[in-house]
Design a protein around this ligand. Structure first.
Ligand code: PRX
Length: 633
C-alpha cells in the first residue's frame, strides 16, 4: 500500500493516511526500497519538540552522492544529469552525463582532500550558476564536508559574516560571473570578505570570465589545473544518517542570519520523494527549476531531489531578461523542457512584457508548471496557466521554507487539482495546524490562523549552527510542541490551504526573504541617521517592496544623495537585493509609550491604506503620524 509513486487521488489518500497513522512504518518503507544504504537504521524516528530534538533513521549509514550518482551509473550512465544553459545564448549548452558527473565530482572531491578538507569541515561555496557550483556541492557531500553555499549576489560583508559564523576553512569561487549584459567580479568580493576571515586556509578559483585577477600566493589556487591532475576515483565517505550535509543561511526577523543545519538521510529521503511526485518526473523528462543554487530551492530541487531520481536537471546561468524577455521560453523550446519551476515574481515580470515575447516559442513540451517562494496572486496564476501552460499543465504552488528542506504543501498533479493562490494540501506525513491568537489550534475548515506543523518530517532543519537555543526560541517556543513557520494561512471549506504571508518582520521581496532588523542595522550605521524602520508594501512585480522611514540627526541634509548613500550602505552590508525602493525622511517614528516603533501604522502608510489606522491616541507621539502621512511617498 505504501507507494513511492503517487499517481492518482486514491494513492494520495491512502499514502497520506498511512504516513499519519504510522509515520515510522511509512518512512521506513519509502527509505528502504528506494535508496542505497551502507547500514540500516536502528530507530526510524526519535523526537521531542520541547527540547527540541529530531532524528530520523538513527544508526543508518550512507553517502548521499552514491544515491545521487553512483547507483544510476549502470542503467543511466550516458543519460544527461545536468544540462547547463549559459548566460550567452550563442555559447553552446553543456550536457553532463551521469558518468561524467561521477568523474568530475570525484576529481573535485580529491582536490578538496588534497587541500586538507576533511569530514565535518565547513566549505563556503560562492559561485555563479555554472556546473562547478553543483559539482562542488556534491564533492563536499562525497567526502562529508559540510557545504555552506552563499548566494553570489550577497555582499562581501554578508559573505564574511556567513564564513565566520560557521568557521569555514575554504572558499570555492570563480574569477567572476555573467548575469545578463553584466559581469560580476566575484573574486574581488571574496578578497574583501576574507580581510575579516581568519579561518580560511585556501580559496579555489574556477575560471569563468577569464579576467585578470590577483591571486594570493599560498591561499588562492586555480581550480582547473588541480582537477586535471586529480584521480577520477574517490571513495564516498561513510556518513551517519544525522551527520550534517549542509548549512544554509536564511534571514531572521532579528539578528544575524540563521545557519540552518540539514542532515543527511532524512533530507535525502524527503527531497527525492517530493521531487518525484510533485513534479511527476518520468524517465525522459527534462526538468528545469530557475532558482539559484544559493537558495534552498536550488539545493533541494536543482541538485539533490532531481539527481536522487536520476533525472535531467537544467541549470541556467543567466537572467530572464537577457538577451530579451523571451529567454525562458526560448530555453523551454530549445531543450524541450517538461517541468518548469519558477517564482511568482518572475511570472509577473514576464507577464508585463506582453505575449509578443511568448508566442514565438513552442512550449508544447511542458507538462507541469510550478511556483515557489511567495504567494502567487490570482492574475499571475491565470497568466501562467493560460499562456505558458496553455490550460493543459497542472500548476504546483509549492509552499515550503529553507527550514523545511523540502516542499510541505502543494498540489500533486493527477491526484487533485490546484486552485489559484492555494498551495492546497499537505504532502505525505505533513501535519499542518492553524493557531489562533490565544495559542489554541483552530479545528475544522474555513478558518484562518498562524501556520504550524505538529509532527516532524524527515527533511526538517535540525538546528541553527552554533545556536540551538535560537532554534528553540524561533521555531518551537511560540506554540507548545509545534514547529511555528512564521506564516499565516487559511484553510478553506474543502480543507485546502492558502498561505497569506509572513506574520513576523520578514519581508519577501522578489521571492527573497529579508529580515527588517539587519537592514535597519545597516542604515543606522550612517553617521547622520538617528533611527529607521523598514516595512513592506505591495508591489506589482516584486510582490513586496521595501519602504524605509528614516529620522536624521541633522535634517538639513535630507536629500537624494543621502538616499543613495543609505542604499549603498545596504548594498555593502547585505547586497543589492535589500536596497530600499522608497526612503522617507521624517522627524520622528510613531512609538508606543514603552518606546516600541509601531510598525503596523507605518505598514499602513506605506501601503496607502490609511482609512483605518486604529487607535493612535495611546502613542507617545501621535502627532508624528499626521506628518508622516502628509509626506508619504
Ligand atoms: O512566507 C513563505 C514564503 O517563503 C518563506 C520561506 O522563504 P525561504 O526560506 O527563502 O524559502 C523559499 C523557498 C522555499 C515562507 O515562510 N513562501 C514560500 N513558498 C510559498 C510562500 N508563500 C506562499 N506560497 C508559497 N508557495
Amino acid at each position: 500500500m505504501i507507494k513511492f509513486e503517487i499517481k492518482n487521488s486514491e494513492d494520495y489518500n491512502k499514502n497520506y493516511s498511512a504516513a499519519i497513522q504510522n509515520p515510522e512504518e511509512f518512512w521506513a518503507t519509502i527509505a528502504k526500497k528506494n535508496f542505497t544504504w551502507k547500514r540500516p537504521w536502528s530507530k526510524v524516528l526519535d523526537w521531542d519538540f520541547s527540547i527540541p530534538k529530531v532524528s530520523w533513521f538513527e544508526g543508518a549509514q550512507l553517502n548521499i552522492t552514491e544515491n545521487c550518482i553512483d547507483r544510476h551509473l549502470e542503467t543511466k550512465g550516458d543519460k544527461t544529469a545536468i544540462l547547463f544553459e549559459p548566460n550567452n545564448p550563442n555559447e553552446p549548452s553543456e550536457a553532463i552525463t551521469y558518468n561524467e558527473l561521477h568523474k568530475r565530482v570525484n576529481q573535485f572531491a580529491n582536490v578538496l582532500n588534497s587541500k586538507g578538507i576533511q569530514k565535518g569541515d565547513r566549505v563556503c561555496i560562492y559561485l555563479p550558476m555554472i556546473p562547478e557550483l553543483a559539482i562542488s556541492v556534491l564533492a563536499c557531500a562525497r567526502i562529508g564536508a559540510i557545504h555552506s553555499v552563499v548566494f553570489a549576489g550577497f555582499s562581501a560583508t554578508a559573505l564574511s559574516t556567513r564564513i565566520n559564523d560557521c568557521d569555514c576553512k575554504m572558499v570555492i569561487t570563480s574569477d567572476g560571473g555573467y548575469r545578463g549584459a553584466k559581469t560580476i567580479d566575484l573574486k574581488s568580493i571574496v578578497d574583501t570578505a576574507l580581510l575579516d576571515c581568519d579561518g580560511i586556509e585556501s580559496v579555489l578559483v574556477a575560471k569563468r570570465i577569464h579576467s585578470d585577477i590577483p591571486m594570493v600566493s599560498g591561499r588562492d589556487f586555480w581550480l582547473q589545473p588541480l582537477l586535471d591532475t586529480a584521480s577520477e576515483k574517490c571513495e564516498a565517505t561513510v556518513m551517519d544518517a544525522e551527520d550534517p550535509l549542509f548549512i544554509l543561511y536564511t534571514s531572521g526577523s532579528t539578528g544575524q542570519p540563521k545557519g540552518m543545519v540539514h542532515t543527511t538521510a532524512g533530507y535525502m529521503v524527503y527531497t527525492a520523494y517530493t521531487f518525484k511526485n510533485i513534479f511527476q518526473y518520468e524517465p525522459n523528462d527534462v526538468y528545469w527549476c530557475t532558482a539559484d543554487i544559493g537558495w534552498i530551492t536550488g539545493h533541494s530541487y536543482i541538485v539533490y531531489g532531481p539527481l536522487l531520481n536520476g533525472a535531467t536537471t537544467l541549470m541556467f546561468e543567466g537572467v530572464p531578461s537577457y538577451p530579451d524577455y523571451g529567454r525562458f521560453w526560448s530555453i523551454v523550446e530549445k531543450h524541450k523542457v517538461t517541468q518548469f519551476y519558477t517564482a511568482p515574481t518572475a511570472i509577473r515580470a514576464l507577464a508585463k512584457e506582453g505575449l509578443e515575447v511568448v508566442t514565438p516559442y513552442d512550449l508544447s513540451s511542458l507538462k507541469i508548471l510550478g511556483t515557489v517562494g511567495e504567494p502567487i496572486n490570482e492574475e499571475a496564476w491565470h497568466w501562467y496557466n493560460d499562456h505558458i501552460g496553455k490550460n493543459k499543465c497542472p500548476i504546483v504552488d509549492t509552499w515550503w521554507q529553507t527550514e523545511t528542506g523540502g516542499i510541505m504543501i502543494s498540489p500533486i498533479p493527477n491526484s487533485f487539482e490546484g486552485k489559484p493562490a492555494f498551495a492546497t494540501l499537505p504532502f505525505m506525513g505533513i501535519q499542518p495546524a492553524l493557531m489562533d491568537e490565544n495559542g489554541v489550534e483552530l479545528e475544522g475548515n474555513s478558518v484562518e490562523g498562524r501556520l504550524c506543523i505538529k509532527f516532524p518530517w524527515p527533511s526538517m532543519a535540525r538546528t541553527i549552527w552554533g545556536n540551538h537555543q535560537r532554534y528553540k526560541e524561533t521555531y518551537f517556543s511560540a506554540y507548545d510542541q509545534k514547529y511555528f513557520t512564521g506564516d499565516g494561512a487559511l484553510r478553506d471549506e474543502n480543507g485546502h490551504y492558502r498561505i497569506t504571508g509572513r506574520v513576523d518582520d520578514v519581508i519577501i521581496v522578489s521571492g527573497h526573504n529579508l529580515g527588517t532588523a539587519p537592514i535597519e542595522d545597516a542604515i543606522n550605521e550612517h553617521p547622520n541617521v538617528a533611527e529607521s524602520a523598514i516595512v513592506g508594501y505591495p508591489h506589482d512585480i516584486k510582490g513586496s517592496a521595501l519602504y524605509g522611514f528614516v529620522t536624521l540627526k541633522n535634517s538639513d541634509i535630507s536629500n537624494d544623495s543621502l538616499k543613495a548613500e543609505i542604499n549603498q550602505l545596504i548594498s555593502k552590508q547585505i547586497g543589492p537585493i535589500a536596497k530600499l525602493d522608497k526612503i522617507q525622511f521624517t522627524s520622528g517614528l510613531p512609538k508606543t509609550r514603552s518606546g516600541k516603533i509601531m510598525r503596523r501604522i507605518l505598514r499602513k502608510i506605506a501601503s496607502k491604506d490609511t482609512s483605518n489606522l486604529g487607535d493612535i491616541s495611546t502613542l507617545l507621539n501621535p502627532e508624528v503620524v499626521e506628518t508622516i502621512m502628509k509626506n508619504s511617498l
